[in-house]
Ligand binder design. Structure first.
Ligand SMILES: [Zn+2]
Length: 144
């Protein structure tokens, strides 16, 4: 039995089915535009938006660490970042792994993780997606 089967996800329709979770968003084929989270209609053409697998890796575009009392039962401090996804041309705003709060750098490669973290709107423990580091910026530089 996996913990993922018994704890609710913080929001519906934001992840592909596990165990190897990817972000799930939307894609408008007419405008070649991606969305996260998915929208009911495309913001450019108002057409319908398909579900899209957005992958699970990205590069930190910008990051900050918040040290004030956190909402939703999150640990203190916690970092949030804009992450440029690797598989699709889309920048998403995301919570970062609280165990690495304050240690993130612009240009760092990060990967999606899903784990019990904080509370949902019903004040229940919930599964929450966040990004964690898989390389230091120096390693990323060496690879490119
Ligand atoms: Zn469109």
């Amino acid at each position: 039995m996996s913990v993922q089967n018994t704890i609710p996800l913080v929001y519906d329709n934001i992840l592909t089915s596990g165990p190897d979770f990817h972000l799930q968003g939307g894609y408008c084929p007419d405008c070649d535009r991606y969305y996260f989270p998915i929208k009911e209609s495309c913001m450019e053409c108002l057409g319908s938006v398909d579900k899209a697998d957005l992958g699970k890796r990205g590069i930190v575009y910008s990051v900050t660490t918040i040290r004030t009392r956190p909402p939703l039962g999150l640990p203190q401090p916690y970092s949030v970042a804009y992450v440029d996804l690797e598989n699709v041309p889309l920048r998403v705003f995301s919570l970062m792994d609280p165990s690495e709060a304050g240690q993130y750098c612009i240009g760092q490669t990060v990967e999606l993780k899903v784990a019990p973290l904080g509370l949902n709107n019903n004040k229940q423990v919930c599964l929450r997606p966040y990004f964690r580091s898989i390389s230091s910026p120096q390693e990323t530089d060496r690879m490119s």
